[in-house]
Design a protein around this ligand. Structure first.
Ligand SMILES: CC(C)(COP(=O)(O)OP(=O)(O)OC[C@H]1O[C@@H](n2cnc3c(N)ncnc32)[C@H](O)[C@@H]1OP(=O)(O)O)[C@@H](O)C(=O)NCCC(=O)NCCS
Length: 132
């Protein structure tokens, strides 16, 4: 397996979504629970790619909702491993809102999640390259 820095770069994960009406709250902007669902999904993919293990979410840290995201928006989620322990990975997730005509992006939501590599019995397992 490649070194941790290369794995961090290679595991960076981007998902593009269109915000449909069923993703929105009654005032027509992205529902916070939907945003957190998407954040968990991108964190799961990022941590899986980093560790090449089965992973579970153990913690979702503070999530900042900076800008409302109207339905019909294009958003991009970006997941990056920003720290690792023996069995855990901290994944920072950002949701960027895209101006479809201008092609620019603005940070709308960010937060971080801790994901743990586990074996088939749900026991935490050491990440490759960590201090065993
Ligand atoms: C994830 C789980 C296996 C960890 O078990 P545990 O007994 O806490 O294991 P440990 O104490 O050895 O901790 C494992 C790692 O998680 C980290 N951790 C545990 N609880 C944490 C928390 N609340 N916040 C941040 N990190 C945490 C520990 O620091 C440790 O990291 P390290 O090995 O890098 O130092 C267990 O808590 C679990 O099964 N949780 C439910 C997971 C789940 O169902 N998620 C939702 C679906 S994906």
């Amino acid at each position: 397996m490649s070194d941790p820095q290369t794995r961090k770069e290679q595991s960076r994960t981007r998902i593009t979504k269109l915000v449909f009406p069923h993703d929105a709250n009654p005032i027509g902007t992205l529902y916070g629970g939907t945003a957190m669902h998407w954040m968990d999904e991108v964190a799961f993919l990022t941590a899986t790619r980093y560790s090449r293990r089965q992973v579970v979410t153990v913690s979702m840290d503070r999530v900042d909702f900076k800008v409302p995201i109207p339905e019909g928006s294009i958003v991009e989620l970006v997941g990056e491993v920003t720290g690792t322990g023996r069995t855990s990975m901290t994944v920072q997730v950002r949701i960027l809102i895209e101006d479809a005509m201008a092609g620019t992006q603005e940070l709308a939501i960010e937060g971080s999640l801790v994901m743990v590599a586990v074996d088939e019995t749900m026991k935490p397992v050491a990440l490759s390259g960590s201090q065993e």
